[in-house]
Design a protein around this ligand. Structure first.
Ligand code: FUB
Length: 323
């Protein structure tokens, strides 16, 4: 299978985070809804209220919807907007991570727990201490160490922070200054908190210099993901306003990473967001577009396409407009 295939037809879904747990593929996406809120740079039109979990026994087979795994009303600290989630397994327990605005309209990252990969998940009473911004992605390295990658610009509020502290300015740096970095942090043993202060994940250009804030075709915007292929760490992400999925490689989970190329060219719709996962010996890109909704950027549909690695470890780009 080299073409993209839509996975869910009766709900709008986006931001698919795919994982294999006990030989089965699970997808943790956002659940898009028609909010009636006008589109703006703050992302107010993405007003999602719950999450469903999906599973597959085979990449070409049926996709099972396991129903609502977590609802906004079940989160004690909830304000609005359940954005792109992820999940992890440790010692037979399943941890669900989700960005959500608190009652003061600040994005925080929540954790919720279940004994099943499909939930329902029980949310912790408070968001993760020290968390901010959006798009958590949790990577399990060597079966034992778990790292969270997170952050997103503009509506995702990352531009409001420097050194993990909220500050007044709230803007991206000037074009000739280093770009804002996504964050990486080791998870605590109980998977419910951070074991350290989040660190900057630096992305370098071909000369070894950090990408600049004005380099909109390469700088990080949102949608962090980490995977490992042939002992190399691949950090992938969306460039936001230039609508590309890019990747950078490094030799450890913290980086630095060196920008390598584009994985997916622009799709129909403003956002692009993905995960990369190995299933039964093949590698897949899970992503979304807004084609089925006729281009409504807030009503997206998740898809899967096979990824091809070249012998040197680089990834062949996929055409975002191909079906
Ligand atoms: O789905 C809401 C937001 O749109 C996600 O958190 C971003 O990554 C973008 O896909």
């Amino acid at each position: 299978m080299n073409k993209s295939r839509y996975l869910v037809k009766d709900l709008y879904t986006a931001d698919p985070s795919a994982h294999v747990f006990n030989g089965k593929l699970y997808i943790y996406p956002s659940h898009d809804v028609e909010s009636g809120i006008p589109e703006n740079d703050n992302g107010d039109h993405f007003d999602m209220r719950d999450y469903h979990v999906f599973s597959m026994d085979d990449i070409n087979g049926n996709v099972t919807d396991h129903g609502v795994a977590l609802d906004l009303k079940q989160v004690p600290w909830s304000g609005r907007q359940m954005w792109a989630p992820d999940a992890a397994e440790k010692n037979g327990r399943y941890y669900f991570y989700f960005p959500l605005k608190d009652k003061t309209d600040i994005f925080r990252i929540g954790a919720a727990v279940s004994n099943s990969p499909t939930g329902p998940f029980k949310a912790e009473v408070h968001p993760i201490d020290g968390s901010y911004s959006i798009d958590p992605a949790v990577f399990n390295d060597n079966d034992n160490d778990y790292y969270m990658y997170f952050g997103g610009l503009w509506g995702g509020q990352l531009q409001r922070y420097r050194n993990n502290k909220a500050q007044e300015c709230g803007k991206e740096p000037a074009y000739n200054e280093p770009a804002l970095c996504p964050k990486v942090v080791k998870m605590s043993n109980d998977m419910l908190g951070f074991a350290e202060e989040p660190r900057d994940l630096v992305i370098l250009d071909e000369k070894g210099n950090p990408l600049l804030a004005g380099d909109h075709k390469r700088r990080f915007f949102e949608a962090a993901w980490m995977h490992k292929y042939n002992n190399m760490y691949y950090f992938s992400y969306s460039t936001g306003n230039t609508h590309l999925l890019c990747y950078a490689t490094g030799d450890n989970p913290y980086g630095p990473f060196t920008w390598q190329g584009v994985i997916l060219t622009p799709v129909v719709g403003w956002t692009t967001h993905h995960s990369i996962c190995e299933f039964k010996g093949k590698w897949y890109l899970f992503h979304h577009d807004s084609k089925p909704s006729g281009g409504k950027t807030w009503l997206r549909s998740i898809k899967v396409a096979e990824i091809n690695y070249r012998p040197d470890g680089t990834i062949e780009p996929i055409d975002g407009l191909a079906d």
